[in-house]
Write a protein that binds this ligand. Structure first.
Ligand SMILES: NC(=O)c1ccc[n+]([C@@H]2O[C@H](COP(=O)([O-])OP(=O)(O)OC[C@H]3O[C@@H](n4cnc5c(N)ncnc54)[C@H](O)[C@@H]3O)[C@@H](O)[C@H]2O)c1
Ligand SMILES: [Zn+2]
Length: 362
């Protein structure tokens, strides 16, 4: 078992990562709760599979629990579900001292986190992320949000959880593509700030893909610790935190242009990492052997690295719609070597276009 602490003054919390620890949830949250009233917001699929363990563990510690099941799918990170959950909390007489528990992937984390941030101006919130992506990414940093029909994550808040419990046993029921999609964010942490983590994944890739608990716990812990360092030093994304967007401006364009239904988020990020590293090579700041090393690992993990046939000009235009642009300029995270990033806002469009073209499948 491993623990990662996030030091954010009064919003500090810890992430516990282990195997077979789901049944300890009740015991673990006792010191973190002010009353016995808790509501679990659960992904329907996850609830069917793991709900009983969670409920038993909470009832064993005499919590007064209710469960709200939300159907799986990004479309439910919506104002409609946000409002429905608020209704249920009010009907269940939840108050300022009650606690919300998120059981599921990033959709449930973002949705229930935003409810927790707003219900009675903010109540305590515990995350039990069950996808690799949610475990390594959404569990650190307190970003919560719902989607607007015109765009992803358009309404949201920063609201830190009071505890995160990660049980790697839950990963065994994940679709293979969801394992790969989560792994990309871990590889990304290696590329931007932790070359030894990158090497560890290279050496142990087969075991990781087979979800051998010891190595999976280790890379999740290292990845969360890296993100924790970034968040501790730049909680509201004023500078350092934007380095986590490595590959993401390209990825968001790809997701929009393929209507969010072709690539998992992590798969789009893998493609975006290829584009960002290719651009770094073209600009002469990255050695081509480092680009190769990154792409070989992504491909060995079964991830796509090429843009499907899309007009490069349309791709570039979609990049300009990303909400992370800076006063009309693209803010791009590039790499100088594995483990070292640089942020640039002065890259000419023709250079970006050339990298997009190079990364597009013929
Ligand atoms: N707040 C943040 O910092 C942050 C970071 C990254 C991603 N996100 C958000 O997270 C979402 C993507 O996360 P995701 O990939 O976890 O999506 P998700 O919650 O939709 O989960 C993906 C699929 O896996 C299923 N699932 C979940 N746990 C499972 C398990 N243990 N076994 C089998 N199936 C399981 C779900 O039912 C769903 O079908 C996006 O909305 C993204 O914006 C937020
Ligand atoms: Zn991402």
């Amino acid at each position: 078992m491993r623990e990662v602490h996030l030091n954010l003054d009064q919003d500090s919390y810890s992430i516990t990562i282990g195997q077979g620890i789901l049944g300890n949830l009740g015991q673990r949250i006792v010191p973190k709760t002010k009353s016995d009233k808790v509501t679990v917001v659960a992904d329907e699929f996850v609830s069917e599979r793991y709900g009983d363990i969670v409920l038993k563990s909470l009832r064993d510690f005499e919590f007064d629990v209710q469960v709200i099941q939300v159907p799986s799918g990004e479309e439910n990170k919506s104002l409609a579900w946000f409002s429905k959950i608020h209704d249920t909390l009010i009907n269940h007489h939840m108050d300022r001292s009650s606690t919300l528990i998120a059981l599921g992937g990033g959709v449930i984390g973002d949705l229930s986190g935003f409810v927790a941030a707003t219900f009675m101006r903010g109540i305590s919130w515990i995350q039990v992320p069950t996808t690799l992506l949610a475990q390594v990414d959404a569990s650190v940093g307190g970003k919560t949000a719902i989607n607007h029909p015109k765009g992803k994550n358009m309404m949201g808040a920063f609201h830190q959880p009071s505890l995160v419990l990660i049980d790697v046993d839950t990963l065994h029921s994940l679709a293979e593509r969801d394992v790969g999609s989560g792994l990309v964010e871990i590889i990304k942490h290696g590329v931007i700030m932790d070359e030894p983590l990158f090497s560890l994944i290279e050496k142990n890739l087969t075991k990781i893909l087979r979800l051998v608990p010891e190595i999976v716990i280790e890379i999740i812990a290292k990845s969360c610790a890296n993100k924790a360092y970034v968040v501790e030093n730049d909680e509201k994304e004023r500078g350092l935190r934007s380095t986590l967007n490595y590959g993401h401006t390209f990825a968001h364009a790809l997701e929009v242009l393929t209507d969010y239904n072709t690539f998992r988020h992590g798969e789009a990020v893998a493609v975006g990492m290829n584009c960002a590293a290719q651009l770094s090579v073209n600009l002469g700041i990255l050695d081509p052997s480092e680009l190769n090393r990154q792409n070989t690992l992504l491909q060995n993990a079964g991830l796509p690295i090429q843009i499907p046939r899309i007009q490069p000009e349309n791709f570039l235009e979609a990049m300009y719609f990303d909400k992370k642009i800076n006063h009309g300029k693209l803010k791009l995270i590039l790499i100088e070597r594995l483990g070292k990033v640089t942020m640039r806002t002065d890259i000419p469009d023709n250079e970006v276009l050339a990298a997009i073209e190079k990364c597009t499948a013929n």
